[in-house]
Design a protein around this ligand. Structure first.
Ligand code: HT7
Ligand code: ZN
Length: 881
């Protein structure tokens, strides 16, 4: 696969103004007729040949301005159609192709999922439907006629508004959809199938009456209400927060069961993985409800950040994804608890993006080159991209930021834009030069900020010295040059040792923000009466690692007294991290004597729980949750032994369970829902369940017998999937009869519920025991498992490879071998999903020597396999480079 470089971007030689599509749906022989109104692009090269993209296409016919093309006028392969001497005036090309939706296991282009015809065109799937200029800066107005058998496809949906429908002979019918908004081909979509529907109406602030509908598998309509409501809440929030109104008469969401990612923002016709639509108390956890709400919002928000303003090229992916993640995070924070949501965001960032930025797949938020764009839908582009937007808001302040957003939407509406266009809107609105800030988009790697504080009692000053450093990550953008300092907003405050804020001033701190923009800097606070404790990077104001030599007592002060909830949680995390790192480094046995650090943590948590667990259970649950094994590995950096990390974490869980046991049990009682209480997925109710289950986890770690009894009782009486699954998770960590019986019973109860069985697959794949690998192999033969369904692969195999560090990194290399084997088996069917699974090897260089050699040889086996997809060979190649 050749490399595509940002530096080589040039406008298309031709533009397409209008596309008329006629699709005759058939399971194996769908005919597509595309009528394209083309013209030479004034910004392109005059007289250049017209080269349309294709992928696995069969050409049936072609006509230029209504006439067949002459001999030698065109060259056609399954991957391209070249018209050698196109007219240098507007012209019409009519192209008929045939595709086979049933054979489309890549789930890109037009395919069938459970008998439902659906499409996925981002990033380059439209070329699998018809020959086209399949690039985001070619934007056209689409009219789509879809025809199918009435019995198989009573529902026919397209982009935009419905304009016509009718009968074709005795058994077939058609629908015509028109989308007035010019769009790139990646936003094209259609759906045809037998589907159930729930609907509601929304009146926009501009007075437009919109019909919102969610389509699901017939019989599951009652599980679509939460998603339907989330659409309406998203519409209202975007109007109130960003002044963005919806712009069509209908907004349709369709849930399908075979889908490569979470969802897709096609104009007016969002297509979703059913996992992110279907919810009932009996089948969905609180986390599922929160995800559904967030992803519904995310796709809806793309209507402005992505669709009305799209990307000029795929290097600008963060322009729509980072911005839209920021927007959906803000939505969830407003709908739920802001600090709790912020902590969840940061946990995801640290668990997924930081390792990516520290490994062989590291890349800038705006990459400079790619071989396979599908491999760049990453945590860096999405999550770090969102952090950049958040930093911009922190730097400019909320009002200027909002004005910048308005200007961006106003100036770029209807265009395919760049990161420069985005930043220019904020520069113009704020009068600030954002050139140095833009380095966040170009430099890969997580910056470290080292901070030290000194108090001078005589001068009554408190001085903070900052030093930032960025790892050298050799990418195309930065090769050979040293990293340049970043503009880092540090939201901070000073806390008195006995509690309460310190009202000290510094001319360099405005609205609580100090901006670090050079490699080193010092910040002096005046009129400080006593040595304070600094609370830095409040709310995680920048995606950096902080090296700050706070004493244990200072961290305990922050945990108890900081006015910033995020930093209170962070203080508990860093106290725990210290214990975990010490124990993992010493390779302490499970039953090792507790040191003073751990005892200090226990007693601080006891005070915290007594004081406020009941006031904010969701926050308390997070404070009780220890840093994950991945995060500990990131802190250790090299020669990592995942078993030692697991033992360290397990022994601390056991100790907290022992020390806090009676408190945790009484909290469980106090937080129990009264029998018969109605279910609500709201954040407060979810928070109570979260704390009860975090307590169960620790109690069971300390006393597996008592934990088993509690979990079995909870499994028996649980009224929600959250509580049932939490009980099963607790049981899954205690080997023996009770676990196996509970797992078997759960599988039997939910044998007709694939999304619930996914949870059952995932739980078992994450058991940190030697037997898990064989269990996973066995489950791959389970009738409910299929390599053809991405959700099944993610639940079972990706849970093992990405979320079970001790077993993926088995010292004998069997975890690596299993992963490589599945990647190779999957690659011929679905390269995107195979490539994603292969990213599990991202951390291979960090682990100790024996494991490292085995991981490397598994990766080499993959890379040396003939006939690999570009997706897998790209990830394997970069992982080994
Ligand atoms: N913009 C979408 C990203 C996407 C995708 C979705 C489904 C299948 C394949 C895909 N490739 C890229 C989803 C989003 O981030 O909103
Ligand atoms: Zn998105």
């Amino acid at each position: 696969q050749p490399i595509t470089r940002l530096a080589d971007y040039r406008p298309s030689d031709y533009l397409i103004d209008r596309v008329d599509l006629d699709l005759r749906l058939h399971p194996t022989e769908t005919r597509v007729t595309a009528t394209l109104a083309l013209r030479p692009n004034p910004a392109g090269e005059p007289g250049a040949p017209l080269v349309l993209d294709g992928d696995e296409l069969t050409l049936l016919a072609i006509a230029l301005d209504g006439q067949p093309t002459g001999p030698g006028a065109i060259d056609v392969t399954p991957r391209s159609l070249t018209l050698h001497q196109p007219p240098q005036r507007p012209f019409v090309l009519e192209i008929a192709t045939q595709v086979n939706p049933s054979a489309n296991t890549k789930l890109m282009g037009l395919y069938r999922s459970n008998g439902v015809y659906c499409t996925q065109c981002e990033a380059d799937g439209f070329r699998r439907i018809t020959y086209f200029l399949d690039r985001p800066d070619v934007m056209a107005v689409y009219t789509t006629r879809i025809e199918g058998e009435r019995a198989d496809t009573p529902v026919l949906l397209g982009n935009g508004n419905p304009v016509e429908q009718g009968e074709v002979g005795l058994t077939r019918h058609y629908a015509v959809w028109h989308d007035p908004h010019p769009k790139p081909a990646y936003l094209f979509a259609l759906v045809g199938g037998r589907l159930g529907r729930v609907a509601s109406r929304f009146t926009t602030m501009e007075g437009r009456e919109v019909e919102i509908a969610v389509y699901v598998e017939p019989g599951k309509e009652d599980r679509a209400d939460f998603a339907l409501d989330a659409v309406a809440r998203s519409m209202l929030w975007d109007e109130r927060t960003f002044g963005r109104a919806y712009d069509l008469d209908v907004f349709n969401v369709v849930a399908v069961s075979d889908f490569n990612m979470g969802a897709m923002e096609n104009k007016g016709l969002n297509i979703f993985n059913d996992k992110y639509v279907l919810a009932s108390p009996d089948t969905a956890t609180d986390a599922d409800y929160a995800n559904i709400e967030a992803i519904i919002a995310h796709e809806y928000f793309h209507n402005w950040s992505g669709n009305r303003v799209t990307c000029r090229d795929w290097f600008q992916l963060c322009l729509k994804e980072g911005l839209t993640v920021f927007r959906d995070q803000e939505f969830s924070s407003d709908e739920r608890s802001r600090p709790v949501h912020r902590i969840a965001e940061v946990r995801t960032l640290r668990a997924r993006q930081f390792p990516e930025d520290a490994g062989p797949l590291a890349h800038p938020v705006r990459p400079q080159a790619y071989r396979e764009i599908n491999n760049f839908y990453t945590a860096t582009v999405y999550e770090k991209g969102a952090e950049i937007v958040r930093m911009l808001r922190t730097l400019l302040g909320p009002e200027t930021f909002r004005r910048g957003m308005d200007r961006y939407f106003a100036t770029c509406d209807g265009t395919a834009a760049t990161v420069e266009d985005f930043l220019a809107a904020f520069a113009a609105e704020s009068g600030r030069d954002l050139a140095a800030f833009s380095r966040w988009y170009e430099q890969a790697g997580t910056p470290t900020v080292a901070v030290s504080g000194t108090y001078d009692p005589a001068a009554r000053t408190y001085t903070l010295a900052f030093r930032q450093s960025l790892p050298v990550v050799a990418t195309e953008a930065t090769a050979g040059s040293a990293p340049q300092p970043l503009v880092i907003p540090v939201v901070l405050g000073l806390v008195a040792r006995e509690g309460g804020p310190v009202a000290a001033t510094s001319e360099r701190v405005r609205d609580g923000v100090f901006v670090l923009e050079t490699a080193e800097d010092t910040l002096v606070f005046h009129e400080v009466a006593a040595a304070p404790v600094p609370s830095l990077f409040r709310g995680f104001s920048a995606p950096v690692k902080v090296e700050h030599a706070l004493t244990r007592d200072e961290r305990l002060t922050l945990l108890a007294h900081d006015g910033d909830a995020f930093n209170r949680w962070q203080a508990a995390q860093s106290l725990a991290m210290e214990v975990l790192v010490d124990r993992a480094t010493a390779d302490a046995p499970l039953e090792a004597e507790a040191g003073p650090e751990a005892a200090g943590l226990s007693s601080a948590l006891a005070t915290f729980l007594d004081g406020e667990a009941l006031a904010d259970p969701a926050f308390a649950a997070l404070v009780l949750t220890l840093p994950g094994e991945q995060e500990v590995a990131q802190t250790l950096r090299s020669e990592v032994d995942p078993d030692a990390i697991w033992r360290a974490r397990q022994s601390l869980r056991m100790q907290l369970g022992r020390d806090l046991g009676p408190r945790l049990l009484s909290l469980r009682e106090a937080l129990a829902a009264p029998a018969g209480a109605p279910f609500s997925p709201d954040a407060a109710s979810a928070g109570r369940r979260a704390l009860r289950n975090a307590a169960l986890d620790l109690v069971a770690a300390a006393d597996p017998q008592a934990g088993t009894a509690l979990a079995l009782a909870q499994l028996e009486t649980a009224a929600t999937m959250t509580d049932r699954l939490a009980a099963l998770a607790t049981l899954s960590l205690v080997p023996g009869e009770a676990r196996e019986a509970a797992l078997a019973r759960f599988a039997d109860t939910y044998r007709h519920e694939p999304l619930v069985l996914d949870k059952w697959f995932a739980l078992q794949a994450m058991i940190p025991e030697d037997g898990t690998l064989e269990r996973v192999r066995g489950l791959m033969r389970h009738p409910a498992f299929s390599l053809g369904n991405p959700n099944r692969v993610r639940s079972l195999v990706a849970s093992f490879s990405l979320n079970n560090p001790t077993q993926f990194h088995r010292p004998d290399g069997a975890g690596y071998d299993l992963t490589a084997e599945v990647v190779l088996a999957l690659d011929g069917k679905n390269p995107q999903v195979a490539a994603r699974l292969l990213t599990a090897f991202n951390t291979w260089r960090m682990v100790e020597g024996g494991r490292r050699r085995r991981a490397e040889s598994a990766l080499r086996r993959v890379v040396e396999t003939p006939g690999l997809s570009p997706d897998v060979s790209d990830i394997a190649g970069r992982s080994l480079a």
